[in-house]
Design a protein. Structure first.
Length: 270
């Protein structure tokens, strides 16, 4: 009832899961990841205990394949499970139980495992893997995972239809204001087009919670600073800094620069 991709970034700094399903709130059941350890996706008849157990085994030094083997050995319902797992070094493993509903299966490659069940056919996971292989390795892992998920959706996805999708990515020091390792944690729990909605949320996440690149920074001279203050106060803010704080653009503004997108938004609104 689900298709997912579990992967590590090419530079070995991030791990994550993207998943979609005809199932309410798939993001609450399938994905798990810990920076510097790896990631797990548990689906079909999901055994949510696989998430902490698999991550714990890999944290203790087990490879993805060994961790998967140990989890399945202790699970009497293994024939009904489907799992994708990747370790700290990018070794991936995928398992599809014999009782999973057709079409069900998975593919493993360097830094990635793709799997799904109750799909329209193998073309779903094949399209996901091809999208992953052909994507720019310098892109953020979350964007590459999303692109692969959308490719699977475009190839037919879950044969029962669409309902939910999720993206979960970890990287050391990547959390909000550096407070934890969660780079992306976005969920679409119930939607007619969850992958498209997830893509919209990813765009917003990049705007609000990703630091501006040098190319996105516009230098603030005296004339622009006067404009920023004037436009912000015209919108009812105390000053430009207050407007930035109210709109949650702190990561897109510096002492002597403003992000080009934030500048465009301010000009459009005022």
């Amino acid at each position: 009832m689900t298709f997912s991709i579990v992967a590590r970034s090419a530079d070995g700094s991030a791990w994550g899961v993207a998943v979609a399903s005809k199932f309410l709130g798939v993001g609450s059941a399938v994905p798990a990841a810990v920076a510097g350890v790896g990631a797990v996706a548990t689906q079909a008849s999901a055994n949510v205990a696989f998430k902490p157990v698999g991550l714990s085994l890999m944290d203790e030094g087990a490879t993805a394949a060994v961790a998967l083997e140990r989890m399945l050995a202790d699970d009497e319902d293994r024939d009904h499970r489907q799992v994708g797992i990747i370790d700290v070094d990018g070794h991936a493993a995928s398992y599809t139980g014999t009782a999973c509903l057709d079409w069900a299966g998975g593919i493993v490659d360097t830094d990635v495992a793709v799997q799904g069940n109750i799909l329209v056919g193998p073309e779903v996971v094949e399209a996901m893997l091809e999208a992953w292989r052909s994507s720019d390795e310098t892109l953020p892992l979350g964007r590459r995972l999303l692109d692969a998920l959308q490719a699977g959706d475009a190839a037919g996805g879950d044969r029962r239809g669409r309902q939910s999708a999720a993206l979960f990515v970890v990287s050391e020091g990547a959390g909000y204001d550096g407070g934890d390792d969660v780079a992306v944690d976005l969920r679409v729990d119930d939607h007619t087009d969850p992958c498209a909605e997830l893509a919209r949320l990813v765009d917003l996440h990049e705007l609000y919670l990703t630091a501006s690149t040098d190319e996105e920074k516009v230098a603030v001279d005296d004339a622009l600073r006067e404009e920023l203050e004037s436009r912000a106060t015209a919108l009812g803010a105390r000053d430009f800094d207050a407007w930035v704080g109210t709109e949650n653009y702190e990561m897109r503004v510096g002492p002597d620069w403003v992000d080009r997108r934030v500048l465009a938004i301010l000009r459009e609104r005022s």
